[in-house]
Design a binder for this molecule. Sequence first.
Ligand code: NAP
Length: 303
Amino acid sequence: MSKNIAVIGLGIMGLPMAKNLVGAGFAVSGYNRSPEKAKALAAAGGTAAGSIAEAVAEADVIITMVPDSPDVEAVLTGDDGILANARAGTTWIDASTIRPDTAIELARQAREAGLKPLDAPVSGGEQGAIDGVLSIMVGGEQADFDAMAEVFDAVGKTIVRVGPSGSGQTVKAANQLIVAVNIQALAEAVAFLEAYGVDTTAALQVLGGGLAGSKVLDQKGQKMLDRSFEPGFRLQLHHKDMGIVTSAAREAGVATPLAASVAQLVAATVQQGNGHLDHSGLFTLVEQLSSGSGDSGSTRNVA
Ligand code: NAP
């Protein structure tokens, strides 16, 4: 338990993960592009680093938790980046959600520089990160994965190695497809129930106990009823993830018609200026598509 851990990216997910690592007894040094977030880590018993070089200098393990593929690439390969500053033998865990092909290429570069790379994207949202119960899908060498058991245990609950480098990101892309389609289905169901004046709280309660029940329904249903879309997981990030899954599926020759449709709906919601909302904010577009007088083609009120 004497590991020094550097965490790069202390946003909605990275900060609570770093705090849980502190809580598990690790020495945690954190760096974030906007420096005030690192102060929150220092207040929780970690150390605020002024640069990536400073954060990783003594690290046995480096965790990156930044938004997108170009961000991970910059943090890894930039002049002040991980490759230029980390000690050989250090394990690099990328917990960000990025393109599988980028993960494979960056893992290759990291190995060449003497690091042990693991792609380890997570699922479970902000609350899962705060509670330390994330689902973590890991790609990389078995031995490197095994050596990180204590680290993963401090931030997650379901931790599975799914294959070689890049596999974690492929599984995460599938995760994002399933979640987006579920949110869209829930949003349509809520709009439908409201249109019929049903007691939606009662409806979601009973739906949650049957086959329609899901974590999406449990965590996002009330947000839709309340029109409360504070992130959580920003739609802008889910837009990125739908791009990842639709392009990876196309390259593999896999037809994903639902993913393609929901990707368009996510894109439109973001384009309307709602990328900062939680992904349950997909509901705003469903609501908008159904708004208006509704008298030209509705069968409901026709005798
Ligand atoms: P976020 O709140 O935007 O956090 C990202 C953090 O990375 C920000 O604090 C940002 O700093 C920092 N950053 C960006 N570029 C950096 C750089 N070059 N050097 C240092 N720090 C940098 O995003 P998040 O919600 O935590 O998501 C992070 C990753 O986890 C994404 O890939 C996302 O898809 C994935 N994820 C998120 C959730 C979720 O529920 N939120 C769940 C599962 C997976 P600034 O303050 O300067 O912007």
